[in-house]
Design a protein around this ligand. Structure first.
Ligand code: SF4
Length: 271
């Protein structure tokens, strides 16, 4: 039986994979604002057009597709509510930010009477609402704060920074305050107020990426392939560790991989 799922997989492997390739092509010569908070070596390898050893699998492509579906739905809501005050079309040049080194595309920009509002939209796993320490992910905060920095460099006035999460049955709306001390945040998670602080300022993160890019030296890999989620590996619900990065084979050629993609990471588990 694959009457529906075969169609869905075909759709993923064509439209979503094409979308992913178009993104890679558009960011061939620039650091991506969405790189901020992630592995600097990964950004460097992409810019150097290193061979991807681990293209996105169907699971990751389907998560990306879910994110686009949620975002399209929120775009319709914002367009209906704010009318011409909101920029939401992905091809709208008003959503593009950058300079000679960086390029990014904001999800939404609202020209509110009190001033501009940049909105970064993320779909996320409902489990992230059960584990209270997970959201907001620092890399989402750095991405949004990076848009704010670049937009001001382009001569626009400071903007309010909003991060909006949607999930099955959950939502969070979080405002960021970014300055030379770091990024503080406060927001509502399913209506409950919470706040927090990320201590490394976005400018320091951006400077670190620029420094590696200018030096033309490959940044070092992490000390282990198990360093943290969203880096080299991912662990599935059965505890099986698999490659989690497009460049896993470039960075960790010595790690044995079984036929079904499971990795032997026992040497690092003992560290
Ligand atoms: S495999 Fe790990 S160290 Fe290498 S680019 Fe990916 S995240 Fe960075």
């Amino acid at each position: 039986m694959g009457i529906v799922h075969d169609a869905f997989l075909w759709h993923l492997q064509t439209e979503q994979a094409d979308h992913d390739r178009a993104w890679q092509e558009a960011h061939r010569h620039h650091l991506a604002v969405s790189d901020l908070g992630h592995c600097v070596r990964k950004a460097y390898l992409r810019l150097r057009k290193s061979q991807e050893t681990r293209p996105h699998d169907d699971y990751v492509l389907s998560l990306m597709r879910d994110g686009n579906v949620y975002q399209d739905d929120t775009a319709r809501a914002l367009a209906a509510w704010y009318g011409s005050q909101v920029h939401w079309d992905k091809d709208d040049p008003a959503l593009c930010v950058g300079d000679d080194k960086w390029l990014g595309h904001m999800d939404f920009l609202v020209n509110a009477p009190a001033g501009p509002v940049i909105i970064e939209h993320k779909a996320t796993n409902p489990d992230n609402f059960k584990n209270r320490s997970r959201l907001p992910y620092p890399f989402h905060c750095y991405q949004l704060a990076g848009y704010g920095v670049l937009r001001q460099k382009m001569g626009f006035p400071p903007a309010q920074l909003l991060l909006y999460y949607r999930s099955w049955g959950h939502w969070a709306e979080i405002e960021l305050f970014s300055n030379e001390c770091g990024i503080s945040w406060e927001g509502e998670f399913d209506g409950e107020c919470r706040d927090g602080m990320i201590e490394t300022p976005v400018m320091s993160k951006m400077a670190a990426f620029e420094q590696w890019w200018d030096s033309k030296e490959l940044p070092p890999r992490y000390e282990t392939p198990l360093v943290a989620p969203f880096t080299c590996t991912k662990t599935d619900r059965h505890g099986v560790v698999r490659p989690g990065c497009l460049y896993f084979g470039v960075c960790w050629p010595e790690v044995q991989e079984s036929e079904d993609g499971a990795l032997d990471v026992s040497p690092w588990k003992q560290v």
